[in-house]
Write a protein that binds this ligand. Structure first.
Ligand code: PGA
Length: 232
């Protein structure tokens, strides 16, 4: 089953969430849909879509002003959480060690972490993508438990530029092989970065691609539904 993860980032109101969920609930699809919402929108009505968060505290409940713990996310019905998104790594000092701890915390709370990795534009241009990706995997993924990996090249996020099909397939193969060597079999590997209804079809059926992570195009039913409808 293909997995589609929508990432709303710092966007969205209750009204917009309800509009999209109404449309998604009517849709027949074989794909697993996960919608990762901002904290303010996590609690809510029953839906057949899985709800995810975009970050998790390293700490349990307690004196950690501003933090949202794993227990709190679980109580809100959250099933997935994005960890290590490049924007968290960039603006909130998300090192590989912190990403790994957050992924581990999520698993301990029964939440599946979506661990994001991806190289910068200069690393891509200098042919370093594969070595960067391997290091990020070795240092960021949890030791045990269920998780998902999302390959999101930093230069493809929010830019309308994507890697070629060949590039995606070859990086995903490295991710697959590295996870295998780490004794992590059957971990789904998603591609993310400037996905839209047109390119989604090109990427979703590539070897080693188990799904997609979608930012801007997941915000509205007009752009998200056409992506989902094309997945078999
Ligand atoms: P984008 O974002 O689809 O808007 O490029 C993807 C992401 O950051 O997850």
């Amino acid at each position: 089953m293909k997995i589609l993860v929508g990432n709303w980032k710092s966007n969205g109101t209750l009204k917009e969430k309800k509009q999209l969920l109404t449309a998604l609930n009517k849709l027949k699809t074989k794909a697993k849909i996960v919608l990762c919402l901002p904290f303010t929108l996590l609690y809510g009505e029953k839906t057949k879509i899985s709800i995810g968060a975009q970050d998790i505290s390293l700490h349990p409940n307690g004196a950690y002003t501003g933090d949202i713990s794993g227990a709190m996310l679980k109580a809100a019905g959250v099933k997935y959480v994005i960890v290590g998104h490049s924007e968290r790594r960039k603006y909130h000092h998300g090192t590989n060690a912190i990403v790994k701890s957050k992924a581990t915390t999520a698993i301990q709370n029964g939440i599946i972490p979506v661990v994001c990795i991806g190289e910068s534009e200069s690393e891509h241009k200098n042919g370093k993508a594969k070595s960067v990706i391997k290091k990020m995997l070795l240092e960021s993924v949890p030791d045990n438990g269920d998780f998902i990996v999302a390959y999101e090249p930093r230069w493809a996020i929010g830019t309308n530029i994507t890697p070629t099909k060949t590039e995606i397939e070859s990086i995903h193969k490295v991710i697959f092989e590295t996870l295998h060597k780490m004794n992590h079999a059957r971990i789904p590997i998603l591609y993310g970065g400037s996905i839209n209804a047109t390119n989604a079809q090109n990427f979703i059926n590539l070897n080693y691609v188990d799904g997609l992570m979608i930012g801007r195009a997941s915000l509205k039913s007009e752009t998200f539904l056409p992506i989902i409808k094309n997945i078999n």
